[in-house]
Design a protein around this ligand. Structure first.
Ligand SMILES: Nc1nc2c(ncn2[C@@H]2O[C@H](COP(=O)(O)OP(=O)(O)OP(=O)(O)O)[C@@H](O)[C@H]2O)c(=O)[nH]1
Ligand SMILES: [Mg+2]
Length: 496
């Protein structure tokens, strides 16, 4: 599917890594070629723009890592941006099938692969997840449709709802839900009828079925070979049906891949599966990292840069600890910390690593501090000039307005970041002055990797004090609700 794109990008990367040093012009030239390659792969224009805009400042501004060539670093940056565009670093989400019975509803245009995918998913749920599955066809439109699903169900060894001629889709849906309840099925998959075009009748039929069956998952099945049309279809379905995920079929064909690459960014919906053939085992769980790796084909370089970067993080952490001990903590340092948090798998990942941080995690979740907040805060700092980052005092109202516009946020958000920074640097100064040098040193030590908890310590460390007191100023750090995740862990602050 992505062959042409892989080849194009390969050419760009070869040029990049072939050079020792990279000028800004070289990087821009490479980005231009990447842009063209993505457009030629039929990726939606706004998605390409966001992608390039995201990569550019990082590729031009990134610190040079010892032992890593700039070209390799750019490849890693492109890789990360691609993973992000496809759905992010995390493990694939999987289907929500905790309820008994859980209902999965399939939707999509005619011939997109709904019935085939129904059977594929049923097969997977049965063999991998050990679920008892019932499938039901609500397709009263095409004469052989119900029969088709019944045959496929037999092939994968799951039950199909007995066919009753002359029933309306809504009635079949009711009957299917009851059958699943009384039959002790874990999952019911509803296959629906498709039409050639999106019309009101189809949408209202689908909406009615969704209302009756109350599905945990509504999956849109879209044909990847139809390119941007598939993306448009997904958008329109989502307006009406609150979809929970996407399945892209015919990924085994030789389309350009644009639909697969744009889908997530345009719709905001996770791609859950890829259909890879007519056979019933032709279904892959969608994994952004794996797909990105396949497209870029530079796994070795990516892991090399990741390793080198972890080392640099450690060195930077030591430097930061020294600065903090002296009470110097500027916005560059804050941005670095925010980036660090994101790199470590976001707040969720970090909190999971900190012993006893569950409470803080809950507090942050309830205060709506999520990973997008981190990104936004980082974007705000990135929109400042170097001088502003060093000397936040010069940030008057008009500068703040400019920064807000640059980062696409309200001025209030800029103020929040500044307030948070001030609170943090005040706290650090206090720690330095008030005879608490020991603690600063302790923090420095922890950030250098010596913390007893997670293996190797936390690279770079985290700003802030322990949740709910200790080193954190009263009421937690402004802008972050329940206080930043504390490195000190439980109890460390107050005992001294
Ligand atoms: N190559 C390939 N073919 C597929 C894939 N998924 C489905 N097909 C084929 O596409 C054709 C249509 O698939 P169906 O599952 O019947 O599509 P549908 O959406 O249920 O169609 P209607 O019920 O008529 O709306 C069949 O010939 C399938 O074998 C896939 O991932 N790759
Ligand atoms: Mg069908």
């Amino acid at each position: 599917m992505f062959d042409a794109l892989t080849e194009k990008l390969g050419g760009v990367f070869d040029t990049l890594t072939g050079r020792g040093a990279l000028s800004e012009k070289d990087v821009n030239e490479a980005l231009r070629e990447i842009r063209v390659a993505l457009l030629e792969a039929d990726v939606a224009l706004p998605v390409v723009k966001t992608f390039i805009d995201g990569v550019r400042p990082k590729a031009v501004g990134e610190e040079v890592i010892r032992s890593i060539k700039p070209g390799q670093l750019v490849i890693k940056i492109v890789h990360d941006a691609l993973v992000e565009m496809l759905g992010g670093e995390g493990e694939p989400e999987g289907l929500r099938v905790e309820n008994v019975p859980s209902v999965i509803m399939m939707a999509g245009l005619q011939g997109s692969g709904k019935t085939t995918t129904t059977a594929k998913i049923a097969r997977r749920l049965k063999s991998v997840d050990r679920k008892k599955v019932l499938v039901a066809s609500l397709d009263v439109r095409r004469p052989a449709a119900m029969e088709q699903l019944k045959i496929l169900a037999e092939q994968v060894g799951v039950e199909a709802l007995p066919i009753v001629q002359g029933q309306l889709p809504a009635d079949i849906a009711r009957r299917a839900v009851n059958a699943a309840k009384f039959g002790g099925h874990d999952v019911l998959i509803l296959d629906t009828a498709g039409r050639t075009t999106l019309d009101e009748q189809m949408m209202s039929e689908a909406a009615e079925i969704a209302q009756i069956a109350d599905p945990q998952e509504i999956l849109l099945v879209a044909d990847a070979l139809t390119g941007q049309d598939a993306v448009e279809t997904a958008k329109r379905f989502n307006d009406r049906l609150s979809l929970t995920g996407l399945v892209l079929t015919r990924m085994d064909g030789d389309g350009r891949g644009g639909a697969a690459l744009s889908m997530r960014a345009v719709t905001g919906l996770p791609i859950k599966f890829l259909g890879l053939g007519e056979k019933l085992d032709g279904l892959d769980v969608f994994d952004a990292r794996r797909v990105a790796g396949r497209i870029l084909g530079r796994g070795d370089i990516v892991s090399l840069v990741e390793k080198a970067r972890a080392e640099v993080d450690e060195a930077a952490a030591e430097k930061l600890a020294r600065k903090m001990a002296k009470g110097q903590f500027d916005l560059d340092d804050l941005a670095q910390q925010l980036r660090q948090l994101q790199r470590m798998g976001g707040l969720g990942g970090v909190m999971g690593m900190l012993p006893g941080a569950q409470k803080a995690k809950a507090a942050m979740e309830s205060a709506n501090v999520d990973d997008r907040t981190l990104k936004r805060q980082e974007a705000i700092i990135t929109s400042m000039t170097r001088k502003e980052r060093r000397k936040p005092d010069i940030l008057n109202a008009s500068r703040r307005r400019r920064i807000a516009a640059g980062a696409g946020v309200d001025v209030a958000e800029v103020n929040k970041v500044l307030k948070m920074h001030r609170a943090m640097s005040d706290m650090m100064k206090k720690m330095g002055k008030g005879g608490m040098k020991g603690m600063a040193a302790a923090m420095g030590g922890m950030m250098g990797g010596g913390m007893g908890g997670p293996p190797g310590g936390l690279p770079g460390g985290l700003p802030g004090g322990p949740p709910g007191g200790g080193m954190a100023p009263k009421g937690g750090l402004p802008g972050l609700g329940g206080g930043l995740p504390g490195l000190g862990g439980p109890g460390k602050g107050k005992k001294k």
